[in-house]
Design a protein around this ligand. Structure first.
Ligand code: FAD
Length: 323
């Protein structure tokens, strides 16, 4: 039977994050021909609805409120519960991002429903839908189904393909007025750390360095390679602990969990806690001078060598290919 699915669109600085389109793709599959309604929160966000239609939204419900300009668990909880109350969906889909991880348990508990988190693949649709999610820090996958109503899932970024963008596709956008009250936190402003280049959590290519990079300056060739490949720089905790880079770059069990198309690990040994953050990348290239390094067990391509020789060679090759 086809289903009605509500998706929460995620925005940053009034642009839609890719995970919103991936969540719509997931919702389409779950809906099995039913309706996909996208909830869009913020201030002055209505112009973003068109892009949501182009990626497959049938309807967009816009909740604009000064307290929704920046994410707070209380504010988004109230807005999403209001949309769910209006729509009575069979399923809800949110990105498994920092926002989604914070918000989804709160909303699920208020709805007294189960939560299937960190979904990396969806099989089937409608009544027979099943969800695949990693367990044991990515060492195994489980396939789950749920009889909870509404079904509530969070989808890991970069795993579920969005639908192809259909330029000019439109749909119905409507406003919902929600009284956002009793906030325990009010966010007045968000000052983001200045980063040049691609956002690590959405990057298709990640070039990561570990303790083998040996210094903050040692990251320069990794940054050059990442820039050339249109990607972002990441790091192991070893590199962060050694103060070679900022903890915001840390990938792993206690850092970011990523699934880029290409992950290049340079001077990283491949500790289980690091693998938990990157082992589901589509293609993994490891550069390490120790042929026994654990990272080679998960690598699709392994280069045994000194990263300070190998990375400059890769830079030259990529430059030659681009010339
Ligand atoms: P090392 O293990 O020291 O490895 C350095 C590697 O560089 C070696 O394999 C070496 O052969 C190679 N190398 C050295 N010089 C060169 C060169 N010139 N060229 C090529 N290769 C070279 N770690 C994470 O990464 N992310 C996490 O989220 C995380 N969470 C943790 C949570 C807990 C509770 C605990 C206990 C640990 C966690 N760790 C995490 C730490 C983890 O266990 C490892 O200590 C860490 O990942 C090691 O970092 P590394 O691979 O950079 O360093």
């Amino acid at each position: 039977m086809s289903k009605k699915v509500v998706v929460l669109a995620e925005t940053r600085e009034n642009t839609l994050r890719n995970v919103s389109f991936e969540a719509i793709g997931a919702a389409k599959q779950i809906s099995d021909g039913g309706e996909v309604v996208v909830a869009l929160f913020g201030t002055d966000v209505s112009s973003l609805a068109n892009e949501l239609f182009e990626y497959g939204a049938d309807r967009v419900v816009i909740v604009e409120h000064p307290h929704l300009k920046f994410y707070t668990a209380d504010g988004y909880n109230q807005a999403l519960l209001a949309v769910v109350e209006q729509e009575s969906p069979d399923a809800i889909v949110i990105g498994h991002t920092a926002l989604g991880k914070d918000l989804s348990p709160k909303v699920a508990s208020r709805l007294q429903t189960g939560l299937i988190s960190d979904v990396t693949a969806i099989e089937g649709g409608g009544d027979g839908v099943q969800f695949v999610r990693p367990i044991y820090s990515g060492k195994a996958f489980e396939r789950v189904e749920s009889e909870s109503t509404p079904l509530f899932v969070t989808v890991r970024p970069n795993n579920i393909a969005p639908l192809e963008q259909q330029a000019g596709k439109s749909g119905s956008a409507e406003s919902l007025s929600v009284d956002i009250t009793n906030l325990r936190t009010i966010v007045e402003n968000v000052i983001r750390k200045a980063t040049d280049g691609v956002d690590l959590s959405e990057a298709k290519v990640v070039v990561s360095g570990g303790r083998g990079v040996k210094s903050a300056e040692g990251f320069a060739p990794l940054k050059e390679l990442a820039d050339l490949l249109g990607g972002a720089v990441g790091a192991s905790r070893g590199a962060c602990d050694a103060d070679y880079c900022d903890y915001s770059l840390q990938i792993g069990q206690t850092g970011k969990v990523l699934t880029p198309d290409l992950y290049i690990a340079a001077g990283i040994s491949g500790a289980i806690q690091h693998l938990a953050g990157m082992s589901n990348s589509k293609v993994i290239v490891a550069i390490n001078k120790d042929p026994e390094a654990n990272i080679f067990k998960v690598a699709d391509y392994g280069i045994v060598g000194d990263l300070f020789e190998v990375v400059p060679l890769l830079i030259e090759e990529v430059k030659a290919l681009k010339a």
